[in-house]
Structure formats: C-alpha cells, structure tokens
Ligand binder design. Structure first.
Ligand SMILES: Nc1ncnc2c1ncn2[C@@H]1O[C@H](COP(=O)(O)OP(=O)(O)OP(=O)(O)O)[C@@H](O)[C@H]1O
Ligand SMILES: [Mg+2]
Length: 304
C-alpha cells in the first residue's frame, strides 16, 4: 500500500509553467550524438515490448524504453500507471509476460535478481528499507558485501583478502557518506534520523555499490521541500561525478522537470510520451492523462 496518494485531479496542469532542466548542461547532447552513431554501445538499458499483468489487471502493456548511459531518465504517471512494476522488471523482481530487457549488451527475459549488483544495477524502494537498529555506516557497508571475493576461511580468520576488503569497504562507505553530507550522523542509528536523512542513507546504500544504473522509486516521497532540494542536488552530483545512469520515478513534477534529461510518461500501463522535459510538458496526451481524460480517447503519442 502506498504511503502517498496522488489523485489525477491534484496532478493536473502545472506542468506547462515549471522550469525545465537546461539540456546544454546535461551532457545529453553528446550522448544523443553518440546514440545516433551506435545505439548499441550507448544503450545502458533497453526494454522491448514489455507486458505484465496481475490476474485481470494490466500493469504494463508493450513498453519500449531505451535508456542511454549517463542520462537521468524519469518515469512519471498517475497512481497505478505501472511505474514501480517497470522498476521491478528491470531489477528482476518480476518476469514480464512478454518482451525482453537488454543490459550492457546482454538480453534477458527475466533479469537475474541475484546478479543485479554484478550487472551494475542498484535500487532504492518506494517505502523505506533500512536496518533501523544499525548505524548509518553499517547500513551503507552492507551494500558492499557483493564485492567480496574472500574465501570462507579468509573471512572467518579475518586475514588476507578479507582484511583488505574490509578496509576497502570501510573507506568507500565513508567516502559515500561524506559525498552525501551524512558525516555528522555516520554513527547514529538509522532509525533515529529524520525521514529525509533516512532517504538519503538509502541513496548512500545504493551508491556505495558503485552502480552503473541506479533505479530510484519515489526517493522524495514525503520529504520537505528543503530535503527534496538537497536530494535533487545529490542525484545530479552522482550522475555528474560517477557517470551513473539514473532511472527516477517521482511524483513531484517540479523535481522531475528540473532534474531529467528525458521523461517517459506511463498511463494505465502504456507509454504515452517519451522525450525531453520541454517535449513532454507540451504533449497533449500527457496533459490529458494528468487531467484524468479517458485514455481510450488518446492513442499513444510517444516515441522512444
Ligand atoms: N503485486 C501485485 N499484485 C497485483 N496487482 C499489482 C501488483 N503490483 C502492481 N499491481 C497493479 O498493477 C498496476 C500498476 O501498479 P504499479 O505499482 O506499478 O503502479 P505505480 O505507477 O508504481 O503506482 P504508484 O504511483 O501508486 O506507486 C496497478 O493497477 C496495481 O494495482
Ligand atoms: Mg509505485
């Protein structure tokens, strides 16, 4: 059950007046040039013909989505549009009924969840998923576990590779904690932090795994405007400094318009638009979807 509900009527129509992300600063232009030259190399992640239903409910219908390396790509749409389902397919939680997923040149019908970290994918969840009784540092360090190559013997004796890995894990965790300006709460129990800081710790946990692709499912839900502004800055900095490809689900249209290179819009499980913030905000199908106008009257208007 969702903590925050966004009825269509409350989402309507402010889109046209919002400031949009300055494309020239995004690096997207060069990414696009590269994409024209060789779409395979530049495509970090591609979904083709993805459909998914739960019983009689169609969550996703024939979704095509091509995400290029280093872009911040938002996925928006009203409640129940299929956004989380899409993230769950990319992260291997669900197997689509049809279609496939291409990650770094490999094609999957179902993404192998247990290899997610090795594939360079990290995610945060729509609802908080921290170990509240552990410190911030321990919460972050846990995500380095998949980097371990030490043998069982090395791990129980704490010698050899195990010791080097422990030091490496500690250093990287501390570096990410500093990067996200969480140094003051490094040793605090996660459960004692404000909601905004806990969401930031979740981001730290995802980033410490050094993902190529970061999936964020409503990272700002329930945050204060100040916390949102901070997190927006950190997400942008992660992309700029680490080259991380970001797939962002977010209901705050202001945040989305300001942060995204491109935006895909879902409605009733279908992709109804896909383009730059400027393109999406002037797309009639998107405006109709947010106005709650019946989707049957509005055939697909997007392109990939
Ligand atoms: N595990 C599930 N079992 C049954 N139906 C599901 C399940 N997960 C999603 N659905 C249904 O699939 C549709 C898409 O849901 P999804 O959670 O992907 O939407 P969403 O866009 O993330 O919505 P929200 O903005 O509320 O988070 C909805 O009709 C939802 O009720
Ligand atoms: Mg959702």
């Amino acid at each position: 059950m969702n903590q925050y509900f966004y009825p269509r009527s409350e989402l309507r129509a402010t889109i046209a007046n919002l400031p949009i992300h300055a494309e020239r600063n995004s690096g997207l232009s060069s990414v696009r040039e590269h994409e024209k030259g060789n779409s395979r190399q530049s495509g970090a992640l591609a979904l083709s013909g993805i459909s998914l239903s739960f019983g009689g409910v169609t969550a996703l219908s024939e979704i095509d989505l091509n995400i290029v390396s280093g872009e911040i790509r938002s996925i928006i749409g009203p409640n129940g549009a299929g956004k989380s389902s899409l993230i769950n397919i990319i992260s291997g939680v669900y197997r689509p009924d049809s279609g496939h997923i291409r990650i770094n040149g490999h094609t999957y019908q179902k993404v192998p969840t247990h290899q997610l970290a090795r594939l360079g994918i990290a995610r945060t969840f729509q609802n908080l998923a921290l170990f509240k009784g552990l410190s911030v540092l321990d919460n972050v360090k846990i995500s380095r576990v998949h980097h371990s190559r030490a043998t069982f013997l090395e791990q129980i004796t704490g010698l050899g590779r195990a010791r080097r890995e422990e030091t490496d894990s500690l250093n990287r965790s501390n570096a990410i904690i500093d990067f996200l300006d969480l140094g003051d709460v490094r040793h605090s129990l996660a459960g004692t932090l404000s909601y905004g800081l806990q969401k930031r710790v979740e981001l730290a946990r995802a980033l410490v795994a050094e993902p190529k692709i970061l999936l964020l499912d409503e990272p700002m839900a329930g945050m204060t405007p100040a916390d949102k502004q901070d997190l927006t800055g950190f997400i942008r900095a992660a992309r700029d400094q680490f080259g991380t490809t970001v797939v962002l689900i977010e209901h705050d249209i202001g945040v989305v318009m300001g942060l995204s290179d491109r935006i895909a819009v879902l409605d009733y499980g279908r992709k109804i638009a896909d383009g730059t913030p400027a393109e999406v905000r002037s797309n009639q199908a998107v405006i109709d979807a947010y106005m709650g106008i019946d989707h049957e009257e509005n055939p697909t208007g997007g392109s990939n």
